[in-house]
Design a protein around this ligand. Structure first.
Ligand SMILES: [Zn+2]
Length: 644
């Protein structure tokens, strides 16, 4: 299934605490967005700073359209339609939609980047409108509203005209006399990420000129010496953090240089996402690709594997000041502006795409860890807002105001992240249905022969160590259960009897049989608390969840060190942690831990373990009050004969 599609949205409906958070986010964030405000810049066209006011509408549409497919909301639908009408009305006769004056278009700023999101917004509306047009309106009022709204064809035509304008400006032999990768920031990443919706446009129109433009973008991403070089550097094994500088020569000396720099996490991953879509389309349609599809895939996978190994921390987050920095090995230290929500969301989208492309549950493990930690931590408890940055230790707080607007890139991007999790929750291919994630939900998917399979899922995973799936479908098919790599073992039963075969962590466990409604599959996950010891610091995880101390427990100095040699890396600490009742409803999970903390172990009483409390990282500090703070990495004392 193409990950640009909204076709299976609504087939998975979350219940329980996670469903409540999703509903709150749709209600308080997506549906509460002021569409006139985010479309006003397109009508005013007054941009002179080279900024990115034109990304907000497209990002919003990229979540609003799927969430309209998830939850029927007439008020949100009316807003979406009004926004699209305003966008189309802002289109110039030549096709341009944006807010830059002609002299500044396709230049150093974020104009092409904005066009990328406008194309995405129009194409998502196209898919939504097509779905609604195929369904009969419920009543006369709906029919009247639909009749006044832009049609799917209107949105597609506007997207084609905008892309044609871009081709005329920056395509081969274009009016601007420069290649697309030479515009914008970050060595061409930002502008080149328009590749993704250009491929989507080709898929929806079948027009060869859009595929050819995509090929030109892929050329720019892979071949020029001073360009992004997303293929050769990846296949040569150059870590994403080491690809810096013009011509791959570091020139920044630590400065935040925007033009010739390959370290920007969000934009780089966005380009790989587009390359994967391009490779998929070239292969499926037998079209001549600028670079062989298997080479593009290999480069994207090598880079994503490098990100997982070198950059992703225990919260599944990454990047400092939005840049790659070998962050996995530095996660115990205080780096600036950690885990930008845009990076978190884009990593989840890339993992979703890679799971689709490779069928390797490794990417589901990565997506799950990021979702339950960095992502949910960035979302305010009521879903109304996303943080710009989310440190591993510190406090939670609002993002910036960008481009003189009362929003920012992260607030606009946040809701898209939830979709990556939702779309891959339960999927089907051929005669195999796959459960990738565990939560309380009603799920259905269509097998290759069109049969629908449905299950009811009950689980408080990752707080709980079990999941229960009740079949609602009769017939023969295979059910694949993803056994998370985050657990040490799993036991699977069917109607109370053990299922033969090894349910190995990090793999799919398959049950193929003739199913009956009411069949019950139960999975028990073993998820010990594990210590992580790195560079004289310690942290703890349980299953996919990073544990955190929180000042709301009032249990002393959060930075209190552990005694020397008191913990080993990988140590099973389950005996030291016991589940505890949370002090308030705003914690998902709490534990009382008896740990070798403190600097007074020479005293007989001081040598005893201290009882302190932990919660899941996503719950830590989520009051967004500056006085509440939390910590995930804890110092370990040095002995006098050690060098600090
Ligand atoms: Zn951002």
């Amino acid at each position: 299934m193409n990950t640009d599609s909204i076709s299976n949205i609504g087939d998975v409906v979350l219940d329980g605490p996670l469903g409540a958070r999703l509903d709150a986010m749709i209600r308080n964030h997506v549906a509460a967005t002021d569409v006139d405000y985010i479309t006003a810049p397109f009508l005013a066209k007054t941009e002179t700073n080279g900024w990115w006011q034109t990304e907000f509408w497209g990002k919003w549409m990229h979540s609003a359209a799927p969430f309209l497919a998830y939850r029927n909301d007439p008020a949100l639908l009316a807003k979406v339609r009004r926004g699209v009408a305003r966008m189309i009305s802002s289109q110039e006769p030549g096709g341009y939609i944006g807010n830059y004056p002609d002299a500044l278009r396709c230049g150093e700023g974020w104009d092409v980047w904005g066009i990328k999101y406008t194309l995405m917004g129009l194409l998502h509306y196209h898919d939504l409108a097509k779905r609604l047009e195929a369904a009969a309106p419920n009543n006369a009022a709906d029919a009247a509203c639909a009749a006044a709204a832009p049609t799917a064809a209107d949105a597609l035509a506007a997207a084609c005209r905008l892309c044609d304008w871009l081709i005329a400006e920056l395509g081969p032999g274009g009016r601007r006399g420069r290649a697309l990768w030479e515009t914008g920031n970050w060595c061409g990443y930002a502008s080149s990420s328009v590749l993704e919706p250009v491929v989507w446009l080709h898929r929806r129109t079948g027009e060869r000129r859009f595929f050819d433009f995509a090929s030109a973008i892929v050329e720019g991403l892979s071949k020029p010496e001073s360009g992004p070089r997303l293929v050769d550097l990846a296949l040569d094994g150059v870590s994403v953090a080491d690809r810096n500088g013009h011509g791959n020569v570091a020139e920044t000396g630590g400065a935040y240089v925007m033009k010739h720099n390959r370290w920007k996490a969000y934009e780089m991953m966005s380009c790989y996402q587009g390359m994967l879509d391009y490779a998929e389309t070239a292969e499926a349609e037998g079209l001549p690709a600028a670079v062989a599809p298997e080479t593009l895939r290999a480069a994207a996978i090598a880079s994503a594997r490098d990100i997982a190994a070198e950059e992703i921390n225990l919260a599944g987050g990454c990047a400092s000041s939005e840049a790659w920095f070998h962050g996995a090995r530095k996660q115990h230290l205080a780096y600036t502006r950690l885990q930008e929500t845009c990076v978190t969301t884009t990593w989840m989208r890339l993992c979703e795409k890679l799971l689709d492309v490779t069928d390797d549950p490794f990417w589901a493990d990565e997506l799950e860890r990021t979702f339950h930690n960095a992502y949910l931590a960035a979302m305010k408890a009521d879903g109304s807002e996303f943080a710009g940055y989310t440190p591993l230790s510190g406090s939670r707080w609002h993002g910036q105001h960008h481009c003189f607007m009362h929003t920012d890139c992260c607030n606009a991007n946040g809701p898209r992240g939830f979709l990556a999790y939702l779309r891959k929750f339960f999927v089907a291919h051929g005669d195999v249905a796959t459960v990738n994630f565990y939560a309380s939900a009603r799920v259905k998917a269509a097998l290759g022969d069109g049969r629908a399979v449905e299950f009811d899922c009950y689980s408080l995973y990752p707080r709980a160590e079990s999941a229960r799936l009740v079949c609602r479908t009769a017939g023969e098919f295979a059910l694949r259960l993803r056994i998370p790599a985050h657990c040490t073992s799993a036991a699977v039963t069917l109607n109370g009897a053990a299922v033969p075969g090894d349910a190995a962590p990090g793999a799919y466990h398959t049950i193929r049989r003739a199913w009956n409604p009411g069949d019950v599959v139960e999975i028990a996950f073993a998820m010990p608390v594990v210590a992580h010891v790195h560079a004289h610091h310690a942290a703890f995880t349980r299953g996919p969840v990073l544990l955190s101390r929180d000042s709301r427990f009032g249990d002393g100095d959060l930075a209190e060190p552990f005694r020397p040699d008191s913990l080993a890396d990988g140590q099973d600490c389950s005996a030291l942690f016991a589940p505890a009742a949370p002090p308030s409803d705003d914690f998902l999970a709490c534990y009382a831990a008896s740990l070798p903390l403190g600097a007074h172990s020479e005293n007989p009483d001081g040598a005893l373990p201290s009882t302190v409390f932990f919660c899941d990282y996503a719950s830590a500090g989520d009051t967004w009050r500056r006085g509440d703070h939390y910590r995930t990495w804890f110092p370990i004392e040095f002995r006098p004969d050690e060098n600090g």
